[in-house]
Design a protein around this ligand. Structure first.
Ligand SMILES: [Zn+2]
Length: 149
């Protein structure tokens, strides 16, 4: 004899989903407590993808930076917002859904990379040296540090 079940319990919240969301991201993962109780998880170095968690949803964003003077500021380039209540309750299925979005954000980010004409390494767009000392040097090369990382 089972009682009729009440409203289906919401499995995923910011707290219950964060552990497996982190695992979907490329290392290293940086965690920042955002204003208003949200959490920001950034994956990759240089960054590739950003997850913004808040009480309503997880938003998958392309990692994007702009220079504000000498300070690099993260730009919100959200690709998709996934409300917690709409994610599959099965963890494997939920991981798959968010994982595809994370991969899409990473692919978008990588499509913006340029190839440094000095060190020939693929570099993120914000590394394009501002004072072009030559044809499209990255910041490492533009600053004279030919060794590069
Ligand atoms: Zn370079």
């Amino acid at each position: 004899m089972s009682e009729p079940t009440a409203a289906p319990e919401q499995v995923w919240t910011q707290a219950t989903a964060e552990p497996w969301l982190r695992e979907l991201l490329p290392e290293p993962v940086t965690r920042i407590e955002a204003a208003g109780g949200g959490v920001l998880l950034s994956g990759g170095e240089p960054g590739l993808v950003v997850l913004r968690l808040n009480p309503a949803a997880v938003r998958v964003a392309v990692f994007a930076q702009k220079w504000w003077g000498a300070k690099a500021v993260l730009v919100d380039e959200t690709l998709v917002a996934l409300p917690w209540g709409r994610l599959p309750t099965d963890e494997r299925a939920a991981r798959e859904v968010v994982g595809h979005c994370v991969q899409a954000a990473i692919a978008l980010r990588k499509s913006r990379y340029f190839q440094c004409q000095r060190c020939a390494k693929p570099r993120p767009p914000e590394w394009l040296h501002a004072n072009r000392a030559g044809p499209d040097p990255c910041q490492m090369c533009g600053l004279g540090g030919a060794a590069g990382a």
